[in-house]
Design a protein around this ligand. Structure first.
Ligand SMILES: O=C(O)[C@@H](O)[C@H](O)[C@H](O)C(=O)CO
Length: 531
């Protein structure tokens, strides 16, 4: 590395005084430049012989403090030192001591927040560029335990990729990190220790779904087996009571509602209270409670009961994710009657407003048919929407354009091995159903795989198997996939931008329908040749 040239870059940065549009060294990534008195920091982008962008950190700092950084090369310059280092954890910690905004913050003061996730770890830069000036707080690090496991990743690398992207893009507006779908104290602890500002407590394993199928006699029998003082408390508090949660919006409990709500959810409530006391309070976390990955819809009574029992203990989560009417399957649009969705969303939103939190919409990728409704109705506290890792599908869009044969191979493998993920995901696509047969796919229709609902679900859920398949101690697909992606990062960024912009435009009311969102954002011609 030519350190004298970097020294000239530092002097040019002083001279430019904040206007970095025309720096002579194009390798200096302008959005990353930070100047603090005489100290200068930036990320350098160099394209290597394979066509990948290689990044390193450049620091010019007073010699007394620069020792915080781990340098690969350095050059003394009077009282200062210029050093070049890797984008590693050590340097991230050193930099974050200087720039607090590299660390995630609470979502509490943000009305609109949006969970992005990044399965591969190279999507956050494009996301951040899109979020600048949108008035929505991005939650970048949002990898579920399931995704970490299937992808062989750790919370540390997820957190690191996000934090480096924040620095690189000069994103000083605040971002969140979500310990996503944590189900046990062990998993919560892991998320907390890594620095997550938020946890999504997935209560699935403490929710007793079998209760919904009990007949009246069996339900009574189970309820009446509770302690007499518990029965008295639940009946006195809820039975035949009306709770007015908004003007003209009431939640009413019949005997069945009381018994079902208690028996299905009370264990989960106690679990949430325990996690709240042990982690949320001491670590000042944003608390999200999710019950969306259950087989049954959360009724307004169930939702009210959960929130009211938390409220009794003085707990107000920042967000709650009920399971709404209809289907929120991964990677495809909402399935269901949108008028009914709207009617029921009004009640859930009223409950959330009554208790003082916002609703969280899970598996939010591609639910373009309901975003106008959510954006319009979630007025008081705003919304939190979580996408479902569909940046992976945008990465595959790049693969399909740049190497259609390889894409066909990935699809065939995914189609033939779909059983790998049956235990992890619930989705419609089945290889004995309507998912396109690999034999019917060819280079001229390969792009359909990214538009067909069934094919999307097959590809969306098979990421771990694709990335980690090995033969004779070598990865079968991983290296080739990364090679294509790294050579085409700009195209990947463009597709990410289009994909998420459609969601945000509907949520923010910029457009009113899915068709308008598509019309506004989707390119009219094949743009893959331009990148
Ligand atoms: O695939 C996953 O596990 C995640 O993408 C997960 O679905 C996501 O984080 C989520 O919870 C969206 O609701």
């Amino acid at each position: 590395m030519d350190l004298n040239k970097l020294l000239q870059d530092v002097h040019e940065i002083y001279d430019k005084n904040g206007d970095y549009k025309d720096l002579s060294d194009k390798a200096v990534y302008a959005p990353s430049i930070q100047v603090d008195r005489r100290n200068v920091y930036f990320i350098l982008h160099n394209t290597n012989e394979k066509g990948y962008i290689e990044k390193c950190l450049v620091v010019y700092e007073n010699r007394l403090t620069a020792g915080d950084f781990e340098a690969v090369e350095s050059l003394d310059d009077k009282d200062s030192v210029l050093l070049v280092g890797e984008l590693n954890e050590h340097n991230n910690v050193a930099l974050a001591k200087r720039f607090q905004w590299m660390r995630p913050v609470s979502r509490r003061n943000y009305k609109y927040t949006f969970g992005l996730g990044d399965r591969l770890g190279n999507a956050s830069n494009a996301h951040l560029r899109l979020f600048k000036g949108r008035g929505i707080m991005p939650v970048l690090a949002q990898q579920s335990i399931r995704e970490l496991t299937l992808m062989h990743r750790t919370n540390t690398d997820v957190f690191q990729s996000a934090s480096w992207a924040v620095f690189e893009e000069g994103f000083t507006y605040g971002w969140g990190a979500d310990g996503d779908h944590v189900k046990t104290p062990y998993e919560v602890d892991y998320a907390v220790k890594i620095g997550c500002s938020m946890i999504t407590l997935d209560c699935t394993e403490e929710i007793h779904n079998d209760v919904v199928n009990l007949d009246e006699a069996a339900l009574d029998k189970r309820f009446n087996a509770l302690d007499p003082d518990q029965i008295k408390y639940f009946n006195d508090t809820y039975l035949n009571k009306d709770f007015e949660v908004a003007d003209g919006v009431k939640v009413h409990f019949t005997k069945k509602d009381v018994e079902e709500s208690v028996l299905t959810f009370y264990d989960a409530i106690l679990f949430a209270i325990g996690i709240h006391d042990k982690f949320v309070v001491p670590y000042n976390l944003d608390f999200e409670i999710s019950m969306d990955e259950t087989p049954y819809q959360t009724t307004p009574e169930n939702h009210f009961f959960f929130a009211n029992e938390l409220h009794r203990k003085g707990i107000t989560p920042v967000t709650m994710a009920p399971r709404f009417y209809g289907e929120f399957q991964k990677a495809i649009d909402y399935i269901g009657d949108t008028d009914r969705f709207e009617r029921e969303y009004v009640v859930h939103e009223s409950i959330a407003e009554h208790f003082g939190y916002k609703l969280s919409i899970h598996s939010g990728s591609d639910k373009l048919s309901v975003y106008e409704i959510i954006g319009r109705l979630s007025k008081q506290h705003g919304w939190h929407v979580k996408t479902a890792g569909t940046n992976w599908l945008e990465a595959l869009r790049v693969i399909a354009h740049k190497d259609p044969k390889f894409m066909l191979e990935l699809y065939k493998f995914s189609y033939e091995n779909l059983d790998d993920v049956k235990a992890f995901y619930v989705f419609n696509a089945q290889t004995d159903g309507t998912a396109p047969k690999p034999a019917d796919m060819n280079e001229s229709n390969v792009m359909d795989l990214l538009d067909n609902d069934d094919a999307r679900q097959v590809l969306h859920t098979m990421y771990g198997s694709i990335m980690n398949l090995k033969k004779n101690y070598h990865y079968v697909y991983r290296d080739k996939l990364w090679d294509i992606l790294l050579k085409n990062q700009a195209l990947y960024d463009k597709y990410l931008n289009i994909h998420i912009a459609e969601h945000l435009d509907l949520l923010q009311g910029v457009v009113k329908t899915k068709a308008e969102a598509r019309e506004k954002n989707e390119p009219k011609t094949d743009i893959s040749k331009n990148y």
